[in-house]
Design a protein. Structure first.
Length: 237
């Protein structure tokens, strides 16, 4: 469990640093062109997420996201106890990653965001974005194609930056983390709870859809996320 929590903390930290850092870089490299800034931010996030899943997947399953952990527990991939233990590591990791990104770009280590995002359109977008992310992850896991998940998750998140008005946070931990950076990728504290609420609603709806579409797990496959469940690695060199 220590190794798995370390993986979730480090992966979440690097994910937040990736999202926020690339947002700061995009803002500075392409001033005045929000479309290009978003494209740069999305491309970096998609590619970096693919790499992070490959790095940490064999250790913890590479959740980096409380909703993913809770849905994985609902399908029996991890125990509820383990899923709930993952959540603080993910949240603390994302906050640490936000601070790290700020420091890397010579900004104040902590700056509370002033970017308002709590609108009906953003809420609907977060429900849709979260459902889509979970469908990508668990449809592959439940149909014996989990090895394709790192690329698929990166591709989906990159696309969701553009087809959702919220730019697809789809993750309560990184939503909290992004509150601590008043930069391109930030979110004001007042918008955090509505976003998390929408993400949890998306998680519940995704479970229902997955049970409908994939009622049976392919023989020999775990219900876990992107790579073999950590328990399957015991005894390997």
């Amino acid at each position: 469990m220590t190794r798995r929590l370390a993986a979730e903390f480090l992966g979440s930290m690097l994910l937040a640093a990736l999202v926020i850092g690339s947002g700061i870089a995009a803002q500075r490299l392409s001033p005045g062109d929000v479309g290009l800034q978003l494209l740069e931010n999305a491309a970096a996030t998609a590619a970096g997420l693919y790499a992070l899943i490959l790095i940490f997947g064999p250790v913890s399953g590479a959740h980096f996201n409380p909703v993913v952990s809770l849905v994985d527990a609902a399908f029996g991939g991890v125990s509820w106890r383990d899923a709930l233990t993952y959540v603080p590591a993910q949240v603390i990791g994302c906050i640490t990653g936000a601070v790290l990104a700020n420091v890397m770009f010579s900004a104040p280590a902590v700056s509370i965001s002033t970017t308002e995002r709590a609108t009906v359109a953003h809420g609907v977008s977060e429900v849709v974005a979260t459902i889509g992310l979970l469908l990508v992850i668990f449809s592959l896991a439940r149909s014996g194609r989990a090895d394709r998940a790192p690329a698929a998750v990166g591709a989906y998140i990159g696309a969701a930056y553009f087809f959702t008005s919220s730019t697809s946070f789809a993750n309560p931990a990184i939503t909290i983390g992004r509150m601590f950076s008043d930069t391109f990728a930030g979110i004001t504290p007042a918008s955090v709870l509505p976003f998390i609420g929408a993400q949890l609603v998306g998680g519940v709806l995704a479970v229902a859809l997955l049970r409908l579409l994939y009622p049976d797990v392919t023989a020999g496959q775990a219900a876990d996320v992107v790579l073999p469940h950590p328990a399957e690695l015991k005894g390997r060199p």
